[in-house]
Write a protein that binds this ligand. Structure first.
Ligand SMILES: C[S@@+](CC[C@H](N)C(=O)[O-])C[C@H]1O[C@@H](n2cnc3c(N)ncnc32)[C@H](O)[C@@H]1O
Length: 262
């Protein structure tokens, strides 16, 4: 039996239609919700899995549907909510204070001029609230200059999307819960698309694979004193040239895997 989960109700609906024969045959069940809240799904309370696969981030369906507001194409709404509820990207840009905005642009968007961009957003929103992609693209252009373009917009829209959906917080919460749902020798595999996501996965898998996680200056080991499992991918696996050519969205993907020691 495969258990599938997505926080986007549209993705759940499309998957349920496309995979109906497997649902009908009792070989698949699909839940609408975040993997960060997997502990709260009653049906899964006493379940253990042979494998867990997380394919993180946004889907091509979400990116390509302008009404979802993930895109920087002109006149798109600033929405970006995977669940369709809660704070939108426009709310994040209109309500977050300047220093927190600066952190979002720097940490999630690797933006060297994060402070200046945050100041520009705050200045512009006091005259007119951010509402469409044009508003944010305008602020980026004004800060980064006329040579800024699609890669900058993609990077900074992604930063706002990560903040809107609390993607890194959800991942950090979910990983240990998902690990504890693995059978002995069960494997967790994560495909990430952003350096912040990948760092969380890399550090978690490294800690779980270490015999001792005491601070370096600890005179004696007071932690669990044995590894929880085995790292299966030391550097992570990236798409090769052929895959990148046929599927450019695989460019930033990195896959890491870890096996539960039981
Ligand atoms: C890269 S796409 C998956 C694409 C899919 N594997 C396919 O081949 O079509 C990422 C999916 O993860 C979902 N997602 C992102 N964060 C999530 C979370 N915290 N819990 C559940 N689903 C999440 C998104 O809504 C999106 O549909």
């Amino acid at each position: 039996m495969v258990t599938a989960l997505d926080r986007d109700p549209q993705a759940v609906m499309v998957a349920a239609e496309r995979l109906k024969p497997y649902l009908d045959a009792g070989r698949l069940r699909i839940f609408d919700g975040s993997y960060a809240l997997v502990e709260e799904i009653d049906e899964l309370a006493n379940e253990f899995f042979d494998g867990v696969l997380l394919d993180l981030g946004v889907s091509s369906h979400q990116l390509d549907d302008d009404s979802r507001g993930f895109s920087f194409r002109p006149d798109a709404p600033l929405d970006m909510r995977m669940e369709g509820a809660g704070e939108s990207a426009a709310d994040v840009l209109n309500l977050t204070d300047e220093s927190a905005l600066s952190r979002i642009f720097r940490e999630y968007g690797d933006e060297p001029r994060a402070g200046r961009l945050a100041r520009e957003v705050v200045r512009r929103r006091s005259a007119k609230p951010f509402c469409t992609s044009n508003d944010f693209v305008g602020a980026i252009r004004a800060t980064l200059g006329s040579r800024s373009g699609a890669p900058d917009f993609a990077r900074l829209f992604q930063a706002v999307r990560i903040a809107t959906n609390n993607e890194l917080g959800g991942l950090a919460t979910a990983l240990p819960h998902l690990r504890d749902k693995l059978v002995a020798d069960g494997v967790v595999v994560v495909i990430s698309y952003h350096s912040g996501e990948d760092r969380i996965v890399k550090n978690a898998f490294r800690d779980w694979s270490a015999a001792c996680i005491c601070p370096a200056r600890h005179p004696i080991c007071t932690c669990r004193g044995h590894p929880l499992g085995e790292l299966l991918t030391r550097r992570g696996i990236v798409a090769d040239e052929l895959e990148r050519a046929t599927n450019p969205r695989a460019r930033s993907a990195r896959l890491r895997a870890w096996r539960n020691g039981g």
